[in-house]
Design a protein around this ligand. Structure first.
Ligand code: SF4
Ligand code: SF4
Length: 119
């Protein structure tokens, strides 16, 4: 299984990390990720410092306790999610229905693709 996040769409809500039973996701600093480009996502889905316009307009000013678009993660939200351990994914789909940015992509070993759709 390969799991990656379309970074410009990621709000930093941390729902994916919170619901994943097998620790596929880690939250990283937006600034560090832009500088290092250490990311498993395809090039067009890596973080270049520019959030997706429509997703940003939808979530930037939502006050629900999550630090949307904060540079750094504080243990509850903020930063950007990276799929660091896609091989552990059991395709439970929990992250796919919790992802605010609808930006998680999962490709199974047969090449089937799954994309998140916010519930
Ligand atoms: S589908 Fe995979 S990555 Fe998503 S929550 Fe389930 S195990 Fe984790
Ligand atoms: S659930 Fe989606 S939008 Fe939220 S941090 Fe994870 S990948 Fe980003």
């Amino acid at each position: 299984m390969d799991v990656y996040v379309d970074k410009p769409k990621c709000t930093g809500c941390q729902h994916c990390k919170d619901v994943c039973p097998v620790a596929v996701f880690e939250m990283r600093s937006r600034k560090d990720l832009a500088a290092s480009n250490a990311d498993n996502a395809p090039p067009e889905m890596r973080w270049d410092g520019k959030p997706h316009e429509d997703i940003h307009a939808k979530w930037a000013n939502v006050s629900d306790g999550h630090k949307h678009y904060a540079d750094d993660n504080d243990g509850t939200s903020g930063g950007l999610s990276v799929g660091v351990q896609g091989s552990a994914c059991i395709l439970c789909q929990a992250c796919l229905i919790e992802c605010e940015g609808e930006c998680i992509h999962i490709i199974d070993d047969s090449g089937n693709k799954f994309v998140s759709i916010y519930k």
